[in-house]
Design a protein around this ligand. Structure first.
Ligand code: ARG
Length: 262
């Protein structure tokens, strides 16, 4: 497994583009650095190859590499961010993909899409969200680029503005999700294709329980509840809770800090 991360050197809350961000609640930079290092080290300890992209001053959210783009095989669809504050990140991520041998695909101006944060694979399905950060118009293009069908789901709760904040595939037939983050039609779609859908409670969801990453037989989670601990362990996964309190202030967790490169 190979992932991309970005050091939190310039990470801060300079603007508010989701309900979690509050300029009055600043980041503790030293703690953020420490938490990020622990996540990175935890990947390395399990044999994950961690690549890094250079952080850029003035782009505090670059640390959330899950929004760099979406990678499949050697193709990378570079994100087209909704908010002006994050738009300048695209060129830096694009350059990284290019210089690391990826075929770079770009979207048109009105085709909004924020990468893996909005697109997750379960079994043979690629689930892609829209509603807050992504536009449905980007989905057509993604299908063509990746040459595969996708399942479009609409997000309706602004606290869960990216798919990876409310949906977590656990294996090819099982996922954890927060149902109220999706509109009715999307819930029905998910129920139809995923045999085993586990509901997260509101409390679990706001603790970003879905924003987790599976590495071999481990799962790195920003938090876990006793109820879900036993269910998740029942799937043969060992839970490692990784403290990411500073990144939560920006609306991100473990998953948001990590882009899968393979
Ligand atoms: N502050 C960032 C934003 O609002 C957080 C991004 C979190 N990323 C994610 N994949 N959910 O864009």
């Amino acid at each position: 497994m190979r992932v991309l991360m970005c050091p939190p050197e310039y990470f801060s809350i300079d603007y508010e583009i989701n309900p979690w961000m509050d300029k009055e609640k600043p980041v503790n930079g030293v703690l953020a650095q420490k938490q990020w290092e622990i996540l990175k080290q935890s990947y390395s300890d399990l044999g994950v190859e961690v690549e890094t992209v250079n952080p850029v001053e003035g782009l505090p959210d670059m640390v959330f590499t899950a929004n760099a783009g979406l990678v499949q095989d050697k193709k990378a669809i570079v994100s087209n961010f909704k908010y002006i504050e994050r738009k300048p990140e695209s060129v830096y991520f694009q350059n990284w993909f290019k210089s690391n041998g990826f075929e770079v695909l770009t979207l048109d101006e009105n085709e909004l899409f924020e990468g893996q944060g909005e697109a997750l694979v379960i079994g043979d399905n690629l689930i892609v969200g829209y509603g807050f950060r992504a536009s449905l118009s980007s989905h057509e293009k993604i299908k063509r680029f990746l040459n595969r069908e996708i399942v479009s789901v609409k997000l309706v709760d602004q606290r869960f503005y990216h798919l990876d904040t409310c949906f977590l595939p656990l294996n090819s037939t099982t996922a954890l999700y927060f149902p109220r983050a999706f509109d009715e039609e999307s819930r029905v779609k998910l129920q139809a294709i995923i045999p085993n859908l586990i509901e997260a409670s509101e409390e679990e969801a706001v603790n970003f329980i879905c924003n987790s990453v599976i590495v071999n037989d481990f799962i790195f989670m920003p938090s876990v509840s006793e109820r879900l601990r036993s269910q998740i362990e029942g799937f043969g996964l060992k839970i490692k809770v990784i403290e990411v309190s500073e990144f939560k202030k920006s609306g991100g967790g473990v998953r948001c800090l990590t882009l899968n490169l393979d």
